[in-house]
Design a protein around this ligand. Structure first.
Ligand code: PLP
Length: 395
């Protein structure tokens, strides 16, 4: 049997020094029910059949692995894009919401609660609830509801109820708190779908497993195209870290694959307006997990800044904190400006408008010592339609 990976969660829900389940007693039964059942359900033939069938027929998988010729010429390496932007709803998030919805049904839950920041996870959740006929409540910061009005409209059209989070900074972190509170009050019939590899164990592991379909496909596709299933580099952007976990997953124990995580540096790592958690964060606890967190000396969460709403989170998932601490992954801070430039570059060279989140991964290219013989895989986590107004400011 294969030795257990150093990057797999342990029995206590830890990746190295990070992870665990730091939850109020009232949440314990919900999280414990999930912890005791998630692996068994995910490995059952019933579950696998339904998940794989809908990934193909509904989400549109496998997504293409595209050799970006002109981008490759520009950076003097062979660059492939893993096209998660072509998933139904326009980003990788749907891989996770589909998995969690099927799991919720198997647990006998018929109501779903979720948090959302930019609205992408809320839309993915509302979509799956419509497909499955489940009731859907989405908590969203009051300020985010104003900033992301089109996604609020999409969720409403899909039949979800949107509840504004009016506490604190009225953004993602507050929406997450309120969604957790809702779950405490509705433990029997409700499942909470978290949108990234964050939250108490078993969420980070569960979400990473659902997203791992990305690198599973990459290995197969790359082998078909090049005769080698391992690239020299894999690159992905990290907000909470779910698309990155998916892109990295099947390469974590392949030491010849260099893993590059692109964080949002905002106006610059030292500008005070940043979301570069591995550079500015310290170990702390947020939303039930111990990880790196941007905080003041007395432990108050520091408001992050990024031009991209999907990367605007003050922490990262515990797997990524461990990849950082162990040195397995290299973390780069990509500024707002660098990501915008990289987004325009991809659009003009390849005819693909990336989400600004994904543009941070593209922005990493110029920081790497690439050789002509290098094969690079970039996770293109989402499409840029939602970001056009922001891009236009720079035209
Ligand atoms: C939400 C989102 C992200 C950031 O979330 P992760 O959990 O870090 O993947 C990145 N890209 C897109 C397109 C998103 O919608």
């Amino acid at each position: 049997m294969k030795n257990k990976s150093a990057f797999e969660v342990d029995e206590r829900g830890y990746y190295g020094n990070f992870g665990g389940a730091f939850i109020p007693e009232m949440l314990y039964p919900n999280v414990e029910e999930l912890r005791l059942n998630y692996r068994q359900i995910m490995e059952s033939p019933d579950f696998i059949e339904e998940f794989e069938r809908l990934l193909i027929d509904y989400v549109g998988r496998p997504t293409p692995l595209f050799l970006a010729q002109r981008l490759s010429e520009k950076y003097n390496a062979e660059i492939y894009l893993k096209r998660e932007d072509l998933c139904h709803t326009g980003a990788h998030k749907v891989n996770n919401t589909l998995g969690q919805i099927i799991l919720a049904k198997k647990l006998g839950k018929h109501k779903i609660v979720a948090e959302t920041g930019a609205g992408q996870h809320g839309v993915a959740t509302a979509t799956m609830c419509a497909l499955m006929g489940l009731e859907c409540i989405v908590y969203m910061g009051e300020i985010d509801m104003e900033r992301q009005a089109p996604n609020v409209a999409r969720m409403k059209m899909l039949g979800a109820e949107i509840r504004p989070a009016k506490s604190g900074s009225k953004t993602l972190k507050d929406a997450t708190n309120e969604a957790l509170r809702h779950w405490i009050n509705n433990p029997i019939d409700t499942h909470y779908i978290i949108g990234s590899v964050v939250g108490p164990h078993p969420y980070p592991d569960m979400v990473a497993r659902f997203q791992s379909v990305i690198s599973k496909e990459v290995r197969k596709q790359l082998f078909e195209k090049t005769g080698n299933e391992n690239p020299d580099y894999v690159i992905a952007c990290v907000g909470g870290g779910s698309n990155a976990a998916g892109v990295f997953y099947h390469f974590l124990d392949e030491p010849d694959v260099k893993i590059i995580a692109a964080e949002a540096a905002g106006l610059g790592i030292e500008s005070g307006k940043t979301a570069a958690t591995t550079f500015k964060g310290k170990p702390g606890i947020l939303h039930g997990t111990k990880s790196l967190l941007m905080q003041t000396d007395d432990g108050q969460v520091v408001e992050p800044h990024s031009i991209s709403a999907g990367l605007d989170y003050p922490g990262i998932g515990p797997l990524h904190a461990h990849l950082w601490e162990s040195g397995r992954a290299q973390f780069l801070g990509i500024t707002d400006r660098e990501s915008i430039d990289a987004g325009f570059e991809l659009t003009r060279l390849e005819g693909i408008i990336p989400a600004i989140e994904s543009s941070h991964a593209l922005g990493a290219l110029k920081h790497l010592p690439l050789q002509p013989s290098d094969t690079v895989v970039i996770g293109l986590s989402g499409r840029g339609d939602k970001d056009l107004a922001t891009y236009m400011k720079y035209l």
